[in-house]
Design a protein around this ligand. Structure first.
Ligand code: SAH
Ligand code: SF4
Ligand code: F3S
Length: 444
C-alpha cells in the first residue's frame, strides 16, 4: 500500500471555522488523507480563512507568501483556500496567488473531495456557490473522531441580519438551521466518544429554527427546545451555545437557563455599542436600553449568569459622547469577558461608504475600553476565590500532577489532581491569576 497523503489545515477566525476544519479533515479522510501538524510534510495545505476584519484577510495572503518555498521544493504540494476569504474573493485569489490550487467557499465543503482530485489532475477548481442543498446533508454522518471532552457542533449557519459593518451575511449566506434529528444524532455520537460538553455553534445560534424530529411531532424547533432535548442525553453534562443576537433572545430560551442545569451560566451576547445613534447606524435593530432590560431578564432567570460580549470602537460617525455611552453600558452590565475590535471597513458593506474615525482616536478608545473590560474580568475572577465551582478537566497542565479545565463560568482552572481528562469535580477556588484560576478538588 502507498503512504497515506498528508493534510495540513490552518484555521483562522471563529469557532464555526474550527468545526468546519474538522469536517473537511473527515471528508478528505475518506479519500485517504491523514492530518499532520507539520506543514512541511503535507501533500495538501488548506487555509480555512476569515474575512471579518482587514487584518484577518491580509494574514491569509502573507501566509500564502510564506508557502512559496515549500511549493518550490515540493511541486506536487496542493494548496487550497477555504472559508470566508475564499467566499468573498473567489477566483481572484488564483490571480493574486498563482501557487493556490483550489478555492472552496464555506457552503461547498461536501464538494472538496472531488475538488482535491481535480487539483491532483492539475486543474484549479473554484467553488463558491451557495447550493440549494445543505452541505451538512452531504458530509459523512459518522460520529466524528472526538477524543477531547469538549466539542463544537454547528446547528445553524449564515445570517440575515446585515449589520452595516459585517461581511458574514455575504460570506456565509442566508440563515440555515440543521434538522434537530441530525443534531441529536451527532450529539449522541460525540457523547459515545467521550464528549461531555457540547457548544452549539451558529453565527446567529439563537435564531435556530430547525425541523423538529418526525417522532416528536415535527414542526419547527427553537434553540430552547433543542437545548432541552440535548439535556436529556445521558452522559452529556454541559451545554453551551454561541453566538447569540439580542433580538433572538426569546423568553423560552431565557427560561431554559433557569430550568436546565446542564445549560451553563455563561452567555456571549454581543451588543457592539452602547450608543443608540451608533446602534441605529449599525442597523442592529435594538437600543442600549433594550439590551440592558434583556440582561435584567436573563439574570432574573439565572442570577449568576456570566456575561460576555463584543464591541466595535471607531464605527463611522462615533463621537466622544457615543463612546462614553458604550463605557456606561459596560459599567452597567459588568462583563466577565468581552472582545473588542477597532472598526475595519469591509468591501461591499454599507458602512464602508462612510468617512472613518481617525485611526489614532479609534486606537485610544480601544485602549480605554479594553482597560475597563480587563478590570471587570479581573474582578469577576477575584469574586470566584473562596467559591466552589464545577470544573470539567480537559488536559494536563504545565506543572506535574496538574490538570486544566473550565469552570461552569468558562474560567480556566488549574488543579492538582489525579482525575483524568473528562472528569467533572467540585473545586474550591483558592487564587486568581491574570488569565486563570487555581483550585483544589472539594468532591469528584
Ligand atoms: N454573529 C455574531 C458575531 C459575528 S463576527 C454577532 O452577531 O455578534 C464577531 C465579531 O466581530 C462581531 O461581534 C463584531 O464585534 C466584530 N466585527 C464584525 N465586523 C467587524 C468589522 N467590520 N470591524 C470590526 N469588528 C467587526
Ligand atoms: Fe454580522 Fe450582525 Fe449577522 Fe452578527 S448579526 S453575523 S454582526 S451581520
Ligand atoms: Fe470570520 Fe467567517 Fe467566522 S468571516 S468570524 S470565519 S464566519
Amino acid at each position: 500500500m502507498s503512504e497515506p497523503k498528508k493534510l495540513f489545515i490552518k484555521t483562522y477566525g471563529c469557532q464555526m471555522n474550527v468545526y468546519d476544519s474538522e469536517r473537511m479533515a473527515e471528508a478528505l479522510g475518506a479519500e485517504g488523507y491523514v492530518t499532520t501538524e507539520v506543514a512541511e510534510e503535507a501533500d495538501m495545505v488548506l487555509l480555512n480563512t476569515c474575512h471579518i476584519r482587514e487584518k484577518a484577510a491580509e494574514k491569509v495572503y502573507s501566509d500564502l507568501g510564506r508557502l512559496k518555498p515549500l511549493k518550490a521544493a515540493k511541486p506536487d504540494l496542493k494548496i487550497g483556500v477555504a472559508g470566508c476569504v475564499a467566499q468573498a474573493e473567489g477566483g481572484e485569489i488564483l490571480r493574486r496567488m498563482p501557487l493556490v490550487d483550489l478555492v472552496v467557499g464555506p457552503q461547498s465543503y461536501h464538494r472538496l473531495p472531488a475538488m482535491a482530485k481535480a487539483a491532483l489532475r492539475g486543474e484549479k477548481p473554484v467553488d463558491t456557490e451557495f447550493p440549494e442543498e445543505d452541505k451538512f446533508d452531504h458530509l459523512p454522518d459518522r460520529p466524528r473522531a472526538a477524543v477531547r471532552p469538549t466539542a463544537f457542533l454547528t446547528v445553524q449557519e449564515g445570517c440575515d441580519k446585515f449589520c452595516a459593518f459585517c461581511v458574514v451575511p455575504y460570506t456565509r449566506g442566508a440563515e440555515v438551521s440543521r434538522p434537530a434529528a441530525r443534531i441529536l444524532a451527532e450529539a449522541r455520537g460525540l457523547v459515545e466518544k467521550g464528549v461531555r460538553e457540547i457548544t452549539l455553534l451558529g453565527q446567529n445560534v439563537n435564531a435556530y429554527h430547525g425541523a423538529g424530529p418526525a417522532d416528536a411531532g415535527g414542526g419547527d424547533w427553537s434553540l430552547a427546545r433543542l437545548v432541552r432535548a440535548l439535556a436529556r442525553i445521558d452522559g452529556l453534562e454541559r451545554i453551551r451555545y454561541t453566538t447569540s443576537h439580542p433580538n433572538d433572545m426569546t423568553d423560552d430560551l431565557i427560561a431554559a437557563h433557569g430550568e436546565e442545569a446542564k445549560l451553563m451560566p455563561y452567555l456571549h451576547l454581543p451588543v457592539q455599542s452602547g450608543s443608540d445613534r451608533i446602534l441605529k447606524a449599525m442597523a442592529r435593530k435594538h437600543t442600549a436600553a433594550d439590551y440592558l432590560r434583556l440582561i435584567e431578564k436573563i439574570r432574573a432567570a439565572r442570577p449568576d449568569m456570566m456575561m460576555s460580549g463584543d464591541f466595535i470602537v471607531g464605527f463611522p460617525g462615533e463621537t466622544e459622547a457615543d463612546f462614553d455611552a458604550t463605557l456606561d453600558l459596560i459599567r452597567a452590565v459588568g462583563y466577565g469577558m468581552a472582545y473588542s475590535f477597532k472598526y475595519s471597513a469591509r468591501p461591499g458593506t454599507p458602512a464602508a461608504e462612510k468617512a472613518p474615525v481617525a485611526a489614532d482616536v479609534a486606537d485610544a478608545r480601544l485602549q480605554t475600553l479594553q482597560a475597563l473590560i480587563t478590570s471587570q474580568q479581573r474582578a469577576a475572577q477575584e469574586a470566584m476565590v473562596g467559591r466552589e465551582v464545577s470544573v470539567l478537566f480537559e488536559k494536563a497542565g504545565r506543572l506535574k500532577g496538574q490538570m486544566v479545565g473550565k469552570s461552569d463560568y468558562l474560567h480556566a482552572v488549574h488543579v492538582k489532581t489525579d482525575l483524568p481528562a473528562g472528569a467533572i469535580a467540585r473545586v474550591r477556588i483558592v487564587s486568581s491569576a491574570p488569565n486563570s484560576l487555581a483550585g483544589e478538588v472539594a468532591a469528584a
